[in-house]
Design a binder for this molecule. Structure first.
Ligand code: OGA
Ligand code: MN
Length: 213
């Protein structure tokens, strides 16, 4: 065994490995407790504070070329997060995300160079109709990541489930995912159509994308 050539910098991470395996096999992964209860609590507090400062704006459809607010398509309000100005909660958030990204880049040759994340709050009665996360004139988004920040005890009757529309042997199937706190969903931005069903209780999350350029 040549000790000189042994790479000691890489340690296999079972959680990340199972995310990669899921995405390769079915284009999405649902991870429980990606964020601890404490992480979720400080991130939720940060979202609530910024929302109370009125920093959120109505989410727009499309990018700046065709930025129009269409409430009939999506009713959430969002606030983009600037990593360079991250508060303590957001530092915890980016620390975990950056660890995942560097692992993906080491093992998957995905070439993720950029990322963008925003807080999202769905007021009671709002939803996001079936859509895909890539814009017609922009295919840089590779992976979508949704991190749920709701209080413990989210009930099915609260609504707000994420539905992924999957193609299984050319037959469309629906994967229903409840926005339980600490849960993270990752899926291929260019492939998976999805929607957020109407919420009956305020629904909180951080959503973002890993991009190649
Ligand atoms: C989005 C989106 C899903 C969710 O913001 O594009 O699809 O579960 N969010 O919040
Ligand atoms: Mn989406």
């Amino acid at each position: 065994m040549n000790q000189l050539f042994e790479d000691r910098s890489f340690i296999e991470n079972p959680q990340y490995e199972s995310i990669i395996e899921d995405i390769l096999k079915k284009q999405y992964s649902v991870i429980e407790d990606f964020f601890t209860a404490e992480d979720v609590s400080v991130l939720r507090q940060s979202l609530i504070e910024k929302h109370e400062e009125d920093a959120f704006k109505k989410a727009a459809i499309g990018n700046h070329l065709n930025e129009i607010i269409i409430k009939s398509i999506r009713g959430d309000v969002i606030l983009w997060i600037d990593e360079l100005k991250a508060n303590e909660a957001e530092k915890i958030f980016f620390n975990k995300i950056n660890n995942l990204v560097s692992y993906l880049n080491k093992t998957c040759f995905l070439g993720i160079l950029h990322k963008e994340f925003h807080y999202a709050l769905y007021p009671k009665g709002t939803y996001y109709k079936r859509h895909i996360d890539t814009f017609q004139n922009d295919d840089r988004r590779k992976l979508s990541i949704v991190c749920y920040l709701n209080e413990d005890g989210w009930l099915p009757e609260n609504g707000g489930e994420l539905v992924l529309y999957l193609d299984e042997n050319e037959k469309e199937t629906e994967k229903v995912i409840y926005p339980f706190p600490g849960r993270v969903v990752i899926f291929e931005s260019q492939i998976i159509e999805h929607e957020v069903k109407p919420v009956n209780t305020e629904r909180m999350s951080i959503t973002g994308w890993l991009k190649t350029r």
